[in-house]
Design a protein around this ligand. Structure first.
Ligand code: FPP
Length: 253
């Protein structure tokens, strides 16, 4: 008698998704912490702390559903313009969060990377991030990219500066500077471009996030504020993505 061995259903299948068409790279603009806090009668930092709890859920949900790379906008190069108390509170939150989460991230073989001008961050936070990157560098599950002190234009400027130095040293000629050369000097050149960009809290803009990398990303905007964004909302975004036809500038019949 031959028994049919059934493959256990993946989390993606259980969620009604096609496991073969899960976007490899999902990027998220986590917006609406302040609005969420105001609606609750709380201060803005409470919104950011609730946003951290959401982020933790979404990291593990994304990994479980088969996403390979998750990139989130944690702190933009423009966020320094916020009141000093909020900026300080966010730096403190990131330090506490990194310290609290690192062992669980390691247990789950999540690779942490931090993208942005790290040298401008407070030294203790920079050390914590560098330590997290070092300790998780060989992991093969989800790669979790935190964009911190990140700006899309600054990233392109930094890439151009690296190329200019190579040109000055005579290592390259102007004709070597093409799209592939610029892409190779961005903060995470080995990571594929985002397939799906999610923005919470309803605004229809990119806010200087991954400007180069999102050239052909599918964009999904939800009115839900980040602190309320759940695994179910992530599944809804992935389902919407799976209903789309990607064209990359070509004609698709
Ligand atoms: C945008 O909401 C959110 C931020 C500027 C910060 C994002 C930070 C977190 C989600 C906390 C966890 C982060 C890490 C890296 C552990 P907003 O303040 O602009 O909201 P508003 O537009 O409603 O005012």
């Amino acid at each position: 008698m031959s028994a049919t061995v059934k493959r256990p259903c993946t989390a993606a299948e259980q969620a009604g998704l096609d496991p073969e068409r899960i976007p490899a790279h999902v990027a998220i603009i986590m917006d609406g912490n302040g609005r969420w806090a105001r609606a609750q009668g709380k201060d803005r930092l409470s919104g950011h702390w609730q946003g951290y709890r959401t982020l933790k859920n979404i990291v593990y949900a994304a990994d479980e559903l088969g996403v390979r790379y998750l990139t989130v906008y944690g702190f933009s190069s423009e966020n320094w313009r916020r009141p000093q108390e909020e900026v300080g509170g966010l730096m403190h939150l990131m330090l506490q969060a990194m310290r609290a989460e690192i062992e669980e991230l390691i247990q789950n073989r999540v690779r942490v990377r931090v993208l942005g001008r790290l040298h401008e961050l407070p030294p203790d936070l920079r050390r914590e991030f560098e330590e997290a990157m070092r300790r998780t560098q060989n992991f093969d599950r989800l790669t979790f990219n935190l964009a911190i002190n990140y700006g899309g234009r600054a990233e392109v400027v930094d890439a151009v500066r690296l190329l200019a130095r190579k040109l000055q040293r005579g290592e390259i000629t102007p004709n070597d500077i093409d799209e592939a050369a610029v892409a190779a000097h961005l903060y995470a050149p080995d990571i594929p471009d985002p397939d799906l960009l999610i923005r919470t809290a309803g605004e229809l803009r990119l806010s200087n996030f991954l400007l180069w990398e999102t050239a052909y990303s599918e964009i999904y905007v939800t009115p839900v504020c980040w602190p309320d964004f759940s695994r179910q909302h992530l599944i809804a975004a992935l389902a919407d993505y799976q209903r789309r036809t990607r064209k990359f500038g070509a004609v698709v019949e």
